[in-house]
Design a binder for this molecule. Structure first.
Ligand SMILES: NC(=O)c1ccc[n+]([C@@H]2O[C@H](COP(=O)([O-])OP(=O)(O)OC[C@H]3O[C@@H](n4cnc5c(N)ncnc54)[C@H](OP(=O)(O)O)[C@@H]3O)[C@@H](O)[C@H]2O)c1
Length: 246
């Protein structure tokens, strides 16, 4: 069995690499920081690990990645790379928001379409966010990109089932997790996040159960349920307050 993981140089992607190796998966790991991917490869002795340096927002590097992937059979295809920016949208550089839209939406979309064409069967796992279920002021663009990921992944999974294509598309929607995400987002990290090892254990459990939406942790599951019943203006106000603490 072979798993492909984007954004494997840090956080959730890196931890997925180690926990999947323990389950006898061979790996293809992708990120821009190749030194970090090589460090992971050096630590793994028992499984085959291929590391590929690729900026998913660079069209040439992206095409090169696709050409390399065509050589391999992949059973588990994980689109994990992504980033956010905290702040009032008016004050965030538009070019950073476009970069976010390109990575979180466009590259994920293109990789997902490639995976459907390339894999005969298996699972595609798209890492979204709990923020995908609610408009989130002060991380507005990021939340909107993740709404796309959740909506597209759920619809696609349904379509594939209707077309009798044996590929599941699973959506992962974590709440705050302790990774480099906060630093990259420009947040102060006053909010406590879940330990990344625990988060990834729960993600893998969800993947094995083929859960359509994987929400790591009881509190976040409860939050996802409760927000359905809360008036939108309250959601906007409390999301603004929470993001302002970051
Ligand atoms: N941590 C949280 O609180 C949280 C909550 C909900 C959802 N998520 C989602 O979980 C996923 C993983 O995030 P994380 O928390 O693990 O954050 P992280 O530690 O910052 O990891 C992000 C990964 O994405 C890669 N990446 C960024 N830009 C890239 C590009 N242009 N091309 C290729 N790779 C790129 C980074 O690698 P390089 O810099 O080496 O390229 C890194 O490996 C993201 O989609 C994020 O939105 C995180």
């Amino acid at each position: 069995m072979r798993a492909f993981i984007t954004g494997a140089s840090s956080g959730i992607g890196r931890e997925l690499a180690f926990q999947l190796v323990a389950l006898n998966y061979d790996l293809i790991l992708v990120a821009r920081r190749i030194d970090r991917l090589k460090e992971i490869k050096e630590k793994i002795k028992d499984q085959d690990v291929i590391v590929i340096q690729s900026d998913l927002n660079d069209s040439k590097q992206f095409q090169n990645l696709i050409e390399q992937l065509k050589q391999y059979e992949i059973d588990l295809f994980i689109n994990n790379a992504g980033f956010g920016k905290v702040g009032h949208s008016k004050d965030i550089d538009t070019s950073q928001e476009i970069e976010m839209i390109e990575l979180n939406i466009i590259s994920l979309h293109k990789l997902t379409k490639f995976a459907i064409d390339h894999m005969k069967k298996g699972k595609i796992v798209n890492v979204s966010s709990l923020a995908s279920f609610l408009p989130t002021p002060k991380i507005a663009c990021y939340a909107a990109t993740k709404s796309y990921v959740t909506s597209y992944s759920l619809s696609l999974d349904y379509e594939l089932k209707k077309q009798n294509i044996p590929i599941n598309v699973l959506t992962v929607t974590p709440g705050p997790i302790k990774t480099e995400f906060g630093k990259v987002a420009g947040a102060d990290q006053k909010i406590k996040g879940m330990d990344v090892k625990k988060c990834v254990r729960l993600i893998i459990k969800g993947i094995h159960k083929s859960k359509k939406i994987i929400v790591p942790g009881f509190k976040m599951k409860l939050l996802k349920f409760i927000i359905k019943f809360i008036p939108r203006k309250w959601i906007l106000a409390s999301a603004y307050k929470i993001q302002s603490k970051k």
